[in-house]
Design a binder for this molecule. Structure first.
Ligand code: GAF
Length: 416
């Protein structure tokens, strides 16, 4: 089976530059791209001040962008028939709906602290990050915009880790306040900070990160991504309610975030949550429910630490077992899995995967499976078979190869 491993970067850059020229009749100032991500482990920990371990995909979103003097922002995407065109001042909370809220949100948030293109800009986007599949297509749009604006406006943030942290912050603010999705920052961090051949260990309490070598080839392994094709969204609903439960639990326990609880304090914390919690919106969450949420978060943070240790001593079987435990915790305690994800994970494990779990926010989206390279066809076939038996639409398979962060992408020339 040939797995979808993303587009050739130079070819994709050429195509999106051509699309810009065709639409605007002018040369773009450049082409930039930013990756989608999978998270190896550490799910729903980012907004709890926890640890997570994403890696950037070769699947990227490309943007051809050019400054414009007329005070107008015009955004077009190959994925949408509807361009967004508005005065620059309309790129702000409450004024933009749909996909354009992501790039417009970056402009707004960056503009809060920096002098970013007072005139306006034009942009055309193209992407091979599957949309709405839990692989951070939204973060990829945002982060490609962030590095493009950074360079065109000569802010110089993309050149250092500290500057990139500022770009992450702007993207998160844009997503939270303009797109209206209160996500936790893992996705933008992965897209802006990842390194080729490495996973990215993020500590969301102190904002630090570390690159952890993830040499799949050395171990003869493939990281298979199984797209359930069940669309998901984070702009409200279940994602927001999980976050609200965690925040209410932290308030009740008198800690800044659930990170402070730690495995040693877990039993005592669960005891104190037996009566349930009052939620900020006036509702409540029963003791049994909130205790399971907290147990997931605290044990998941510990699993990230154990996973990194397993990787560093080359014990991929132990890493696989931690993925399986993570999935069980997300399914049973955090309740963010769905039947399609569970079937994909079970079928992959039955067919010999070392580990498998849902990745990302859940409620659909993708699962990942750590598979010996010579077992990829067997595992993918087993998942297809299980989906057919359940009457699900066929899944889609991608390969996750640890790739690099958002950057300028040179277009292929006729000579290439
Ligand atoms: C989504 C969110 F955007 C992230 O911030 C993170 O919370 C993740 O779900 C769950 O780990 O991708």
């Amino acid at each position: 089976m040939t797995l979808d491993a993303g587009w050739d970067e130079h070819e994709a850059a050429r195509r999106v530059a051509d699309a810009y020229r065709a639409r605007f009749g002018a040369e773009p100032d450049g082409v930039w791209s930013a990756p989608g991500r999978v998270n190896l482990i550490g799910e729903h920990t980012d907004y709890n001040g926890g640890l997570c371990l994403p890696l950037a995909l070769r699947h990227r979103t490309y943007v051809a962008l050019g400054a414009a003097a007329d005070g107008v922002v015009e955004l077009a995407s190959s994925a949408s028939p509807e361009p967004w065109r508005a005065p620059r001042g309309d790129a702000c909370p409450g004024a933009v709906a749909g996909w354009a809220a992501y790039p417009a949100g970056v402009l707004w948030a960056l503009g809060e602290h920096h002098d970013v293109l007072p005139g306006g800009f034009r942009a055309v986007f193209d992407s091979c990050v599957p949309l709405g599949s839990g692989l951070s297509s939204s973060a990829a749009i945002q982060c490609s915009t962030a590095v493009a604006l950074d360079e065109v406006a000569a802010l110089g943030l993309g050149a250092s880790d500290g500057g990139r942290a500022e770009l992450v912050e702007a993207c998160v603010r844009g997503e939270n306040e303009v797109a209206g999705a209160r996500t936790g920052g893992m996705d933008q961090s992965a897209s802006l900070l990842a390194r080729e051949g490495h996973a990215l260990l993020l500590d969301m309490r102190d904002g630090s990160h570390r690159h952890v070598p993830f040499a799949l080839d050395e171990h003869g392994l493939t990281l298979l991504v199984i797209d359930t094709r069940v669309a998901h969204t984070h702009a409200g609903g279940e994602y927001a309610s999980r976050r609200a439960e965690c925040e209410a639990a932290a308030v009740q326990l008198g800690v800044a975030t659930l990170r402070e609880v730690g495995c040693d304090g877990l039993d005592a914390a669960l005891e104190r949550l037996a009566g349930g919690v009052a939620l900020a919106d006036g509702g409540s969450s029963a003791g049994d429910v909130v205790r399971r949420r907290v147990r997931h978060v605290v044990t998941e943070i510990a699993r990230v630490e154990a996973f990194v240790e397993a990787l560093e001593r080359g014990d991929l079987d132990a890493a696989g077992a931690l993925m399986v435990a993570s999935h069980a915790s997300l399914r049973d305690d955090y309740e963010v899995s769905c039947r399609e994800l569970d079937v994909a994970v079970s079928a992959a494990l039955d067919a010999g995967a070392l580990g498998a779990r849902m990745t990302g926010g859940g409620f659909g989206g993708c699962a990942i499976a750590l598979v010996r390279a010579d077992r990829v066809d067997a595992v993918a076939g087993a998942v297809e078979g299980a989906y057919a038996a359940e009457g699900f639409a066929p899944p889609r398979f991608l390969e996750a190869r640890p790739s690099g962060a958002a950057r300028r992408s040179e277009a292929a020339t006729a000579a290439d």
